[in-house]
Design a protein around this ligand. Sequence first.
Ligand code: SF4
Length: 430
Amino acid sequence: MPWPPRSAYLHIPFCHRRCFYCDFPVVPLGDRAGAASGQSGAASIAAYLALLQREIALAPEGPPLSTIYFGGGTPSLLLPAQVSDLLAELAGHFGLAPGAEITLELDPASFDRARLEAYLAAGVNRVSLGGQSFDDAVLASLGRRHRRSDLLAATRWLAQARLQGGLASWSLDLIQAVPGQTTELWREQLRLAIAVGAPHLSVYDLSIEPGTVFAWREQRGELSLPDADLAADLMELTAAELAAAGYGHYEVSNYARPGHASRHNRVYWSGAGWWGFGMGATAAPRGQRQARPRTREAYQHWLEQQGAKAARAPAPEPDAWLEDQLIVGLRRREGIRPLDLLIAAGLAPPRALQALGDLRRRLGLELQRGLVLLEGPRWRLSDPAGLALSNAVLRECLLWWECWRGDAVAGPASPAAPAPPMTGQPATGG
Ligand code: SF4
């Protein structure tokens, strides 16, 4: 695990309102809220940013940052000057590497062209747009605040900003397998996403999370979701349409035109560590994930307790570390080198070889079905079949590791042993 990290995630929890499927750590402020002085919500935002700055100041020192990601929530509720202040805090504490990738999540209908330009002037050079759908009926059913016309305007501004050189890249989030979706309706969504020129697409399956409006509707039998076969067909359709349009499938949910893969996302999946700041943020400074409390009050209390403690990153636990490596590693197109991982997790080489043979037997069915491909020391999921059924393969891997974890007692062998070099990050809400 490379140490110290060269990437930072900042969680901006404010949203106008909570979408029907969302269980992210967010603070709904109301449809008319904003950060400008006098707007409702302005004081809450300012107070939270002060906490965030304090957490950054408490972090250990580290090398200049190569990637920064403002996720949420709706970071476009922040004023450009507030984004600039946070960047200055990070730059003052860690420094910024030349060419650092600085991503801001934007929500259609929460910004305009002038605001976009002000964010770019503040230092942002990559945008992740929470579009989700071009279909007004779907957007309404998801509880989203924006509509198709807002999304189209936002994509136009982003494409123009890129042409003019102010924006290095941008990404569009889409949600597939929504209630009532058919392959034809979904094909149309994909074609629109390609037509608006997004250089990067993140395509997520709708998942029903406990405590959400959707979970409540599902319990009442009011949601008609695509069944597993249709969901798999939709995923395969996504892979095929986007491949034909020139997008590479570099992670289960992520597609990019050449040169537009997210450097920050790759840090999450490569096993390299990252700093995480803010309510509900996950950090993994030494590879082991640590989640901050998910409410403002609990986060503030936690921060008060940290003091000098926050300046010490705990040593990684090999069990959790290997689970993370399996889960994130197999989601990447390039896959994992399992023998290296087992040795790095503390198994002696002969035991590691034995464990590897056992994993291979456990995955017999998946290998037979061509879901997992063994390419020398590297194992990866096939595209699209393996990536589409990644959860089933990952479950087998984790069950296998349950049987072997007691052997991993020595801890990771070398700080840099298993992870591929960091090229440049978890999906967030938005
Ligand atoms: S989905 Fe995004 S915009 Fe909607 S409540 Fe969650 S974080 Fe906010």
